[in-house]
Design a protein around this ligand. Structure first.
Ligand SMILES: CC(=O)SCCNC(=O)CCNC(=O)[C@H](O)C(C)(C)COP(=O)(O)OP(=O)(O)OC[C@H]1O[C@@H](n2cnc3c(N)ncnc32)[C@H](O)[C@@H]1OP(=O)(O)O
Ligand SMILES: O=C([O-])CC(=O)C(=O)O
Length: 453
């Protein structure tokens, strides 16, 4: 692909100007009591909405102050840990039940589930020529970018794209939920061929397979997967499906939907949000960080060496110099993220089978030592714990899933929550999101072009 030559000296000058004129003294946020990131000064989220869909517990509020508690994740009133243990006992795929629960508010009975599975199955295949015209002709090196474009362009394949009635929103959402695995898998195949010089395989999804099975079938040359692999992916899909209305991508759905726009615009924006490295994109950054750690720490079993490396990251002296240790920290969870705990135990078993126990021990050590290192470096304050993105990539890597698919897998799951929030905003929201920003520059007298120096 050819791009026009960029005059970097001019861009550098202009960006220096933008940096100068966009800088806001951090003290002003305190002075004007700005809820930066829609957060109170103690880290608690500002209450901006009501939802019946999901809830994230990370602290109790006692005398107005957050007090850390072990994390709990609730879908429509049900504890996710209860959902998972029932699905494990019954040896069924559970993600489709969770989609039904999130969208409609109740658990499906057997016949409702069978009907819903059939509906998803009916929509799994992408519309005629979509793959040829919209995916293969314009591949992207980034699958989330490709996914966002596939969502937006679905508008053109919809005979009724602007109808925001509940029934039409629901139809559009169900179609997107059903089609995300194919959009991601084919975007990945196009990337393999165009950017990696590898062969491309376009396997059709099958209507009678679960989301997890279809996805594994479509990304693999031989279409093969075993039951354990599909069950583990199904579990990951259940765990990532929803996280309340305040997480960055679901809030994006509420904000964009509140402008009374179409489903594709709202969901496309959410994909862009999830891609961010502080949000779902963290699962890929964790893997890069672990590669960097392994390249720079000679003894993985040494708490001192690993701890020194983590300190260097926090001081912006190592890895991507962002100062962030990926897979650690959360806006709501304090002592534990229940999803990370569940994934850790899956990773433990899988690592024993795949002979990756040394690597698993390294992950566990980081989970154990990081809170203390963080507190010592940053001073006492908010408690920090390992989040869902820390172990998910490690599990996917042991399933042989390519790294560039880790955040897209998150999207294949979280679309369920986004769809539910889209419906809820349209049914119950009713007012455009429009918080206030205070302008902190001075008023200036206008200068005509000829008079500017
Ligand atoms: C699916 C998900 O979205 S889960 C989150 C995935 N993201 C990551 O793993 C990226 C690493 N983690 C983070 O960036 C943060 O912990 C977030 C974005 C998840 C939450 O951010 P916040 O709610 O603002 O965190 P919190 O209020 O605890 O931050 C307090 C301070 O600790 C810092 N901090 C928080 N987590 C980390 C971390 N993992 N590494 C380094 N510093 C951190 C913040 O930058 C902030 O510093 P500052 O006061 O100097 O600005
Ligand atoms: O809730 C959040 O802030 C982040 C999120 O989506 C998750 O952890 O799944």
């Amino acid at each position: 692909m050819q791009y026009e030559e960029v005059d970097s000296s001019m861009i550098n000058q202009l960006s220096a100007l933008a940096e100068k004129n966009d800088y806001i003294d951090p003290e002003l946020y305190t002075k004007f009591d700005v809820k930066r990131g829609l957060r109170d000064s103690d880290g608690k989220g500002v209450l901006v909405g009501l939802t019946r869909i999901g809830n994230v517990y990370g602290y109790d509020v006692i005398d107005g102050k957050p007090v850390a508690v072990p994390g709990k994740l609730i879908y429509r009133g049900y504890d996710v840990e209860d959902i998972i243990s029932d699905i494990e006992i019954s040896e069924q795929f559970g993600f489709e039940q969770v989609i039904y629960l999130l969208l409609f508010g109740d658990l499906p009975n057997a016949s409702q589930l069978a009907e819903f599975d059939a509906l998803l199955g009916q929509y799994r295949v992408l519309p005629d020529n979509f793959v040829e015209d919209m995916i293969l002709k314009s591949p992207s090196s980034d699958i989330m970018n490709k996914l966002a474009r596939s969502v937006l362009v679905s508008y053109s394949y919809d005979p009724n794209p602007e109808d925001v009635s509940t029934a039409n929103n629901l139809l559009q959402c169900i179609q997107l939920i059903a089609r995300f695995p194919a959009m991601v898998a084919y975007g990945y195949q196009a990337k393999r061929r165009h950017y990696d010089g590898k062969s491309m395989y376009l396997h059709n999804p099958l209507p009678n397979l679960s989301t997890a099975e279809n996805f594994l079938r479509m990304i693999r040359a031989d279409k093969n997967y075993d039951k354990l692999e599909a069950e583990l992916l199904d579990l990951a899909l259940i765990l990532h499906a929803e996280h309340g209305g305040g997480n960055n991508s679901s809030l994006t759905v509420h904000v964009v939907s509140s402008a009374d726009t179409d489903t594709y615009s709202a969901i496309g924006a959410a994909v862009g949000s999830l891609k961010g490295r502080r949000h779902g994109g963290a699962n890929m950054k964790v893997m890069e960080m672990m590669d960097d750690l392994k390249a720079n720490v000679s003894d993985w079993a040494s708490e001192k060496e690993v701890g020194d490396y983590l300190r260097k990251i926090l001081r912006k002296e190592a890895f991507d110099r962002s100062g962030l240790v990926y897979g650690q920290g959360h806006a709501v969870y304090t002592i534990s993220d229940p999803r990370a705990t569940l994934l850790r135990e899956k990773a433990r078993k899988l690592a024993a089978v795949k002979k990756c126990s040394d690597e698993f021990d390294l992950y566990c050590m980081i989970e154990r030592i990081f809170p203390g290192i963080f507190e010592a470096e940053k001073g006492a304050g908010k408690k920090i714990c390992t989040n869902v993105d820390f172990y998910s990539g490690f599990v996917y890597s042991m399933l042989g899933i390519p790294r560039e698919l880790y955040t897209p897998i998150f999207a294949i799951s979280r679309i369920a929550g986004w769809a539910a929030h889209r419906l809820e905003e349209n049914i119950s929201g009713g007012r455009i999101y429009r918080p206030a920003f205070k302008q902190v520059g001075d008023l200036r007298e206008y200068i005509k072009l000829d008079d500017r120096h």
